[in-house]
Design a protein around this ligand. Structure first.
Ligand code: PLP
Length: 394
C-alpha cells in the first residue's frame, strides 16, 4: 500500500525533535552532529537566536498580504541584496526551482523584447542540478531526472562541464543564455575553476548571451565570499539564489541587472507567496549576518581548517577516500568505497552527511560551525571510515 506521504525520497530512519547550532537531537535523545545543514539551508545552524527573534517578531505582526500591495520587508531585503551584489533588481521566490523558472523566462523575454525572438536556447552542463520543475529538469537533462516526464521543454543544449571549446562551438545566433553552477552541488562538489568562469564571461560578452549563475547551493557565504562568482572577479547577468538565504525558512530569489531584466514588466511574472513578509524578515537577518566581512573571513578560516583535516583523513584512509573537493564550507570527499556506505557508517557515528553524484560525500556544515565541532566531525568521519573498512574486510 502506498504510504500516506508520497514515497519519492530515500529517507534515513531518523527523525529529529529539535536542533541547536550544528547539532540535531533525535526522537530517542541521541545528539547528531549535522554536516548537512538541511542541504546547505541552515546557514546559521539550527535555532539561531537572531533568526528565531526575527521570525517570531514578524510572526506576531504580519505573515502574508500578497503582492497586490507593497511589502516593506521585501523592499528592504531587495535593497540589501542590490547593495551587496552586481544586481539592480530582485524577484523573490519560495524555492530554488522557482528561481530557475524565472531565470529561464527572463532570459527568453530579454531577447524577445530586443526583437530577437529566435534567441531561446539555454546552454547547460552535464552534472547540473537546477531543481525539479519541468523547466529545471529539462535544463539539467540528466536521465535520472527526466525519464518518464516527457515531452520536455525544448530549447536546452547540454554540454560537458568545463569544456570551453565545446561551449565556444555551441554558442550561436539562437543562444539566449548560459546557465551554470560555479560549484556543482548535487553533481558532486565540482568547482568550476575561476579561469573557466572568466572564459565563460568572455564568451557571453562576445556573443551577447546572458550569463545565468545558479548559486542556490554555493551562494550565501558558503564559499567564504557572499557569492561564489566573486572569487573569479566576474559578475553574471542573472543569478538564482535559495537554500541558505532563508536560513531554514523557504525563500529564494532571482537577482538581475537592469538590462537583463528589461523585459519583465507588470504582469510578466508572479508568485502568491513569493517575498512574503515572514520569509523576507528572516532573509534580511540572514543576509545581514552572512554578508559581514568578518563573518565571511571566519567561513574561509573554518573551510581551510576543515579541508586540512579532510586531506589528512584521505591520506589515512586511501581505501575509503580518494580526494577532497570544494571551497570554503561546500566540501566533498570523493570516495573509493560507495559513498552511501560512508553515509550509513557516519550515521552509526551520529554524524549527518549528504551523498552527491560522482560517488561524493558532501559536507555542508552550518557556516558558523565551531572549531570544536569541526574537530569532532573529523574524529567521527575517521571512525566512520574505520567502520567502512571493517565492513569491506568482513
Ligand atoms: C537545491 C538546488 C536547486 C533547487 O532548489 P529547490 O529549493 O529544491 O527547488 C537548484 N539549483 C541548485 C544548484 C540546487 O542545489
Amino acid at each position: 500500500m502506498i504510504p500516506a506521504v508520497l514515497p519519492t525520497y530515500n529517507r534515513a530512519p531518523l527523525a529529529f525533535t529539535h536542533g541547536e547550532g550544528s547539532w540535531l537531537v533525535a526522537e530517542d535523545g541521541t545528539r547528531y552532529l549535522d554536516l548537512g545543514a538541511g542541504i546547505a539551508v541552515n546557514a546559521l545552524g539550527h535555532a539561531h537566536p537572531a533568526l528565531v527573534a526575527a521570525l517570531t517578531e514578524q510572526a506576531g505582526r504580519l505573515w502574508h498580504v500578497s503582492n497586490l500591495y507593497r511589502i516593506p520587508e521585501q523592499e528592504r531585503l531587495a535593497e540589501m541584496l542590490v547593495e551587496r551584489t552586481f544586481a539592480d533588481t530582485v524577484f523573490f521566490t519560495n524555492s530554488g526551482t522557482e528561481a530557475a523558472e524565472l531565470a529561464i523566462k527572463m532570459a527568453r523575454k530579454h531577447w524577445y523584447e530586443k526583437g530577437q525572438p529566435e534567441r531561446v536556447e539555454i546552454i547547460c552542463f552535464e552534472g547540473a542540478f537546477h531543481g525539479r520543475s519541468t523547466g529545471a529538469i529539462a535544463a539539467a537533462g540528466s536521465e535520472k531526472m527526466v525519464k518518464g516526464f516527457g515531452p520536455l521543454m525544448p530549447g536546452f543544449v547540454h554540454l560537458k562541464f568545463g569544456d570551453h571549446d565545446a561551449l565556444r562551438a555551441a554558442i550561436g545566433p539562437k543562444t539566449a543564455a548560459i546557465m551554470v553552477e560555479p560549484v556543482q552541488g548535487e553533481g558532486g562538489i565540482r568547482v568550476l575553476p575561476d579561469a573557466c568562469l572568466k572564459g565563460l564571461r568572455d564568451l557571453c560578452d562576445e556573443s551577447g548571451a546572458l550569463m545565468i549563475l545558479d548559486e542556490v547551493q554555493c551562494g550565501m557565504g558558503r564559499t567564504g565570499r557572499l557569492f561564489a562568482h566573486e572569487w573569479a572577479g566576474v559578475t553574471p547577468d542573472i543569478m538564482m539564489v535559495a537554500k541558505g538565504i532563508g536560513g531554514g525558512f523557504p525563500l529564494g530569489a532571482v537577482l538581475a541587472t537592469e538590462a537583463a531584466a528589461a523585459g519583465m514588466g507588470a504582469g510578466s511574472h508572479g508568485s502568491t507567496y513569493g517575498g512574503n513578509p515572514l520569509g523576507c524578515a528572516v532573509g534580511a537577518k540572514v543576509v545581514e549576518i552572512v554578508s559581514d566581512d568578518a563573518f565571511l573571513d571566519a567561513v574561509k578560516a573554518r573551510g581551510a581548517r576543515f579541508r586540512q583535516g579532510l586531506e589528512a583523513l584521505v591520506a589515512s584512509h586511501p581505501e575509503v577516500f580518494e580526494a577532497v573537493r570544494g571551497v570554503g564550507l561546500i566540501l566533498g570527499l570523493k570516495c573509493r568505497a560507495a559513498n552511501t556506505d560512508v553515509v550509513k557508517a557516519a550515521y552509526a557515528e551520529h554524524l549527518l552527511t549528504v551523498p552527491a553524484a560522482d560517488n561524493v560525500l558532501r559536507l555542508l556544515p552550518a557556516l558558523n560551525i565551531s572549531d570544536a565541532d569541526i574537530s569532532e566531525a573529523l574524529a567521527r568521519l575517521d571512525r566512520a571510515a574505520g567502520r567502512v573498512k571493517a565492513d569491506v574486510a568482513a
